[in-house]
Design a protein around this ligand. Structure first.
Ligand SMILES: NC(=O)C1=CN([C@@H]2O[C@H](COP(=O)(O)OP(=O)(O)OC[C@H]3O[C@@H](n4cnc5c(N)ncnc54)[C@H](OP(=O)(O)O)[C@@H]3O)[C@@H](O)[C@H]2O)C=CC1
Ligand SMILES: O=C(CO)COP(=O)(O)O
Length: 316
């Protein structure tokens, strides 16, 4: 039995499994269809070019994978609740570390609440911060935040040669930092794609950060958490790199092109989820609201600029 399993063999789950196994840990990577990967020892579809270390086992047997005491969840967030509900009987007492970044559109829940409600015997944890899958798989260094009620044992269990983990007990802050930065990254991509300039991007990042803090603190997050890796850190990465799928999607929208098909872009659904929740709670989220309107085609980029710039003047 592996000590650690990763459920979901997308780009990120595969990269995490590679990084953990490269340190010599026995790691199981579960996929719906593991056949090609098990034979090729590579995830040619989602993360090509990175050979699996010998201690990485690929399986399609979910029962075997969930026998590990530590289970990383790396499905798109919108699929996570239904997946855990369907397989709840397998999740009895493991530590479930959610590595996805989003807010559930149907219920407004984040990963920790989803885990608590669907798998009451399991212990929730959240891993988030600046980490492109290709960078992790290539062994490039980064630092992430790991949040749990008792994060220290997990911090030691999941730190790898190229991933330095900082610990936190602020689960809601860490999960919202990772989820909300995707919305701002779409907005920044649109600004750059539409030729609004780098000053506009910096303004969006800064006001976006204020908006992230406002929403997260209303949910009980600590402001220091948002200033950390899973907030400011991931915002800086995602809003400035075309390697980000959320930024690249915004870039395409801003240029008047369709976004790439079949790509996981968490910020689209998260924008809807937080915009709805914020309206109900009376929280001002102008950038999330405008991202929803731009993604749905309800407003054009010039109209969005007009809406944002004509808001009443206020203190910073
Ligand atoms: N990619 C990155 O650089 C990073 C991603 N993340 C986060 O990780 C999460 C996953 O993203 P990423 O790995 O990039 O996604 P990908 O688009 O690369 O892959 C998604 C994976 O989820 C699997 N999947 C989807 N639905 C289900 C389901 N119902 N049951 C089982 N498996 C399912 C897919 O399986 P199949 O292949 O069979 O379709 C696929 O392997 C996202 O929340 C993202 O924000 C976080 C940090 C970095
Ligand atoms: O979260 C990420 C990097 O930390 C990946 O961002 P994208 O999902 O936008 O590619």
């Amino acid at each position: 039995m592996s000590e650690i399993s990763v459920l979901g063999a997308g780009a990120f789950g595969t990269a995490l499994a590679i990084s953990l196994a490269r340190d010599g840990r026995a790691v199981t990577l579960w996929a719906r269809d593991p056949r090609d990967m098990a034979e090729a020892r590579e995830n040619a579809r989602r993360l090509p070019g990175f050979t699996f270390p010998d201690t990485l086992t690929v399986t399609g047997d979910l029962e075997a994978a969930t026998a590990a005491p530590i289970v990383l969840l790396a499905l798109p967030l919108q699929q996570t609740a239904a997946f855990l509900e369907e397989h709840a009987a397998l999740f009895r007492n493991q530590v479930l570390v959610c590595c996805s970044k989003g807010v559930d559109m149907a219920t407004g829940r984040g990963p920790a609440e989803i885990i608590r409600e669907t798998c009451p015997g399991a212990t929730p944890a959240v891993l988030s911060g600046p980490s492109f899958a290709v960078d992790i798989a290539a062994g490039l260094p980064t630092a992430l935040t790991l949040a749990a009620d008792d994060p220290e044992p997990l911090q030691h269990a999941l730190t790898t040669a190229n991933i330095r983990l900082y610990r936190s007990t602020d689960l809601i802050g860490v999960e919202l930092g990772g989820a909300l930065k995707n919305v701002i990254a779409i907005a920044c991509g649109i600004a750059i794609g539409a030729g609004l300039g780098e000053s506009a991007r910096a303004a969006l990042m800064t006001r976006g950060y204020a908006e992230m803090n406002r929403f997260a603190q209303a949910r009980g997050a600590q402001p220091e958490t948002l200033a950390g890796l899973s907030g400011f850190g991931d915002l800086a990465l995602t809003c400035t790199s075309e390697k980000s799928r959320n930024f690249a999607y915004g870039l395409a929208l801003g240029r008047g092109e369709p976004g790439a098909e079949g790509v996981t872009i968490e910020g689209k659904s998260t924008a809807k989820a937080v915009s709805n929740a914020a309206k109900q709670a009376g929280i001002d989220m102008p950038i999330a609201n405008i991202v929803v309107a731009l993604v749905s085609g309800a407003v054009t980029v010039p109209q969005a600029v007009e809406i944002l710039l004509s808001r009443p003047l206020k203190e910073e």
